[in-house]
Ligand binder design. Structure first.
Ligand SMILES: [Zn+2]
Length: 217
């Protein structure tokens, strides 16, 4: 079992006020995010489901995966979703020297910039630390470089093999609220739970009048 809560407590958000945990609003808006792609078949499946529900999302891509799957990366772009940076090798901030961590981010940023150069006015300033692990120094450096550090309000725990598909779904349905940033993964590891929960999350909240937007950055 894990000690990380499904919904980030206010006290944790207040400890790190420079990071973005949710987008405060009175409107029925949710922000779906997908980490760790692009991944063959899973990312395209995700794009199809999102399109069916006219939902926009944010994809925090691993640099190495963008290089391996440039066509899938272009599909994300073509569907009008937002791209975020998730390091080149999915490294843990607490175990990586700041200099090396910043290099992981800038290497990925260059790959994103080249792959999106044909998109007019595209800006890519969003960064999500793998595992949510980032030192204060690393975070401060990235903010000074112009990145917005995107954390989350709700974890679906889709990657966690020990939880059932239904629990993954309920994690989101019970806890998400106006302006929540919700974490899913377009990865092989998470696919069993994610592919069960995502269509039901989209249906449930659409019926309740919510719309799904991408983060801006
Ligand atoms: Zn990740």
């Amino acid at each position: 079992m894990t000690l990380i809560p499904t919904k980030t407590p206010l006290v944790a958000k207040k400890m790190f006020p420079n990071y973005i945990w949710d987008i405060p609003t009175n409107e029925k808006i949710l922000y779906l995010t997908f980490d760790d792609g692009p991944t063959p078949s899973i990312t395209n499946w995700t794009l199809d489901i999102l399109k069916k529900h006219e939902a926009k999302a944010t994809f925090f891509c691993i640099g190495n995966n963008i290089e391996k799957h440039p066509d899938i990366f272009q599909n994300i772009l073509n569907d009008g979703h937002t791209i975020g940076n998730h390091t080149y090798n999915h490294v843990k901030g607490w175990k990586t020297k700041t200099e090396d961590y910043l290099e992981e981010v800038s290497k990925t940023q260059k790959i994103i910039e080249i792959a999106t150069r044909h998109v007019p006015l595209a800006t890519h300033t969003l960064f999500r630390p793998p595992y949510g692990q980032i030192s204060r120094k690393q975070g401060q450096n990235l903010i000074e470089l112009g990145y917005k550090i995107i954390m989350w309000d709700i974890l679906s725990f889709d990657w966690e093999a020990s939880i059932s598909e239904e629990n993954c779904l309920q994690n989101v349905i019970k806890k998400a609220t106006n302006g929540s940033i919700i974490v899913f993964h377009d990865s092989v590891k998470a696919s069993k739970n994610m592919q069960y929960a995502l269509p039901k999350v989209l249906e449930h909240f659409s019926k309740e009048g919510f719309i799904f937007k991408s983060l801006k950055g």
